[in-house]
Design a protein around this ligand. Structure first.
Ligand code: ADP
Length: 519
């Protein structure tokens, strides 16, 4: 693929900037070959992904090097796209929003600076992966548990900043961030919260600091580059109790969520339940062609075949209670009684106690097994996420389920849906699986996404996160008071990043120079 250039930047100017970056990080850490560039493409791109091809990558080893690179980027007018480990699969991976941006790869900054067992937190650099942190906790017998996303190949920092989630009681990862160190778009280094006071030990302990709180401003944002992050970790519980049940009909999810959401809100259930449909079970273990080779979405008879073969319902629900054993037993009875109002089917129960092997505990153990699902369609597989946020009600969930399923099937795709109940909301993650090299299919993915976004917005709901290709569409759906939020974002962007060098277009927020001609 030919090297793309950032808007208004000549090849000579880019090369001078890359030479200057090499003066900071060493020439081995400025990556400019075709192979290097292609390494940073979105591995699940719709088609070639060349519209998101970076012109190069630069990999600093410290916050000071990040500052120096950012200052040079301002001098030379070169856009940077920071990534931690670049495994943001389904949302764009390591690729930049704009053609020709230089990827700022923070993967070399992977020190675990502190794990505090007594106070339950860690302080990490952005390149620290879930596997790194898990191995560290295990090797040092530290009784703190991680919360991990389904695919845990990425970084602890990147995932929390993007507001990824897992199903442990600490599963709302962004909510466990406590204190950031950030390089601003001008190159200045700041620490947020109590970290703004030199040597204050409560940096990773008290989230708000003094005056306005800034941690939220650096999430899903292009206002800063996070070089250190404090994150709370969960103390290992005395025991866990797992409850799983298969629900046979699509619409059973309505009553199930109406029972689960109040229990989640009252704290009987402290984690976000893991609820996925039959396609999650099937795509993890087989390919579509094993079941169906006809046109269009799989018919209901094939779905029933899948359910029977794997012994799964339309929905598989997994819940887990964490805490003192006796408390878990009481809470389990409350949940069982709630479900008994609707079904005779019992929960399958598993129990784990401290000191038993961790595998069966429900601790956050990183895995990449769920990536298997991208092979569903065959060929070079990919998936893209569509994830609207709903109120915590069965009625709202059913309404969105019916809408999304109809749209997805009408476009010829099999429906993958899952629900996660947060404290006051439901997140409905949908995934579309495709073969990247099937142009017709790729075209249909683009179309189905646009329809899902606009029809869901018409129903009053928005997404919590979005792929590079639809960041603008989702941003546009947040329209209150003639897009007042966009104007606020732009005001901040212009103030903090006057030269518009940091992640132009991320989450639909464009620097001044790009507005109106979005690359
Ligand atoms: P992961 O490897 O954890 O899955 P990525 O490194 O792909 O995550 O990051 C996902 C997105 O989050 C990036 O595209 C970028 O917009 C943002 N991001 C990641 N790390 C940082 C960081 N350290 N500072 C600012 N933004 C970041």
């Amino acid at each position: 693929m030919e090297r793309g250039l950032p808007p208004h930047i000549t090849a000579g100017r880019l090369d001078r900037a890359l030479g200057a970056f090499a003066g900071v990080v060493g020439k081995d850490w400025v990556l400019t070959s075709n192979e290097d560039r292609e390494t940073y493409l979105d591995v699940y791109a719709l088609g070639t992904g060349e519209e998101h091809l970076p012109s190069a990558a630069v990999a600093p080893a410290s916050a000071q090097e990040v500052q120096a690179v950012v200052r040079l980027a301002n001098e030379h007018g070169i856009p940077l796209w920071p990534i931690s480990r670049g495994k943001n699969f389904g949302y764009g991976g390591s690729a930049p929003r704009t053609l020709g941006a230089v990827v700022l790869d923070l993967g070399r900054m992977k020190r675990i600076l502190e794990v505090n067992e007594r106070f339950g937190y860690c302080l990490v650099e952005p390149g620290v992966g879930f596997f790194d942190l898990y191995d560290h906790l295990q090797a040092n017998n530290i009784p703190l548990w991680l919360s991990v996303p389904g695919n845990a190949w990425g970084s602890v920092t990147g995932n929390a900043l993007e507001r990824g989630f897992g199903s442990s009681p600490y599963g709302d990862h962004a909510s466990k961030i406590c204190g950031l160190e950030v390089v601003l778009p001008t190159g200045e280094l700041v620490r947020t919260g109590m970290g703004a006071m030199s040597n204050n030990p409560t940096w990773p302990l008290f989230r708000y600091g003094y005056g306005p709180s800034w941690d939220g401003l650096f999430q899903q944002s292009n206002l800063g580059i996070v070089t250190k992050m404090g994150l709370w970790l969960m103390p290992e519980p005395e025991a866990t109790l797992g409850l799983s049940i298969e629900l046979q009909n699509a619409d059973d999810i309505g009553w199930a969520l109406d029972e689960l959401c109040p229990l989640r809100m009252s704290g009987v259930l402290q984690q976000s339940p893991n609820i996925g449909n039959y396609l999650r079970s099937a795509a993890g273990r087989s390919q579509r062609s094993d079941w169906y080779t006809g046109p269009g979405a799989m018919p209901d008879s094939v779905i029933q075949d899948i359910q029977k073969t794997y012994g799964v319902g339309w929905w598989s629900i997994g819940l887990r209670l964490y805490g003192p054993e006796e408390v878990n037993e009481v809470n389990a009875r409350i949940i069982q009684a709630a479900f008994a109002r609707h079904t005779d089917q019992p929960f399958k129960i598993t129990r784990w106690r401290k000191a038993e092997p961790i595998a069966a505990s429900g601790a956050g153990i990183p895995s990449v097994f769920p990536l298997q699902i991208v092979n569903w369609q065959g060929g070079r597989g990919g998936h893209i996420g569509f994830s609207p946020v709903l109120p915590p009600s069965g009625e709202a969930a059913l309404d969105q389920l019916h809408r999304a399923q109809k749209i997805v099937r009408e476009h010829g795709f099999d429906f993958y849906g899952s629900f996660t109940a947060g404290e006051r909301h439901i997140n409905h993650v949908n995934m579309i699986f495709y073969n990247r090299d099937d142009d017709g299919m790729v075209g249909r993915v683009r179309e189905v996404l646009k329809v899902l976004i606009s029809e869901t917005a018409a129903a009053g709901y928005g997404e919590y996160r979005a792929h590079l290709d639809v960041m603008d569409d989702v941003a546009a759906s947040f329209d209150f008071n003639d897009h007042a939020l966009r104007r606020l974002n732009e005001t901040l962007k212009d103030a903090l990043d006057p030269n518009g060098i940091l992640a132009p277009g991320k989450q639909g927020v464009w620097p001044k120079a790009y507005r109106g001609s979005q690359a």
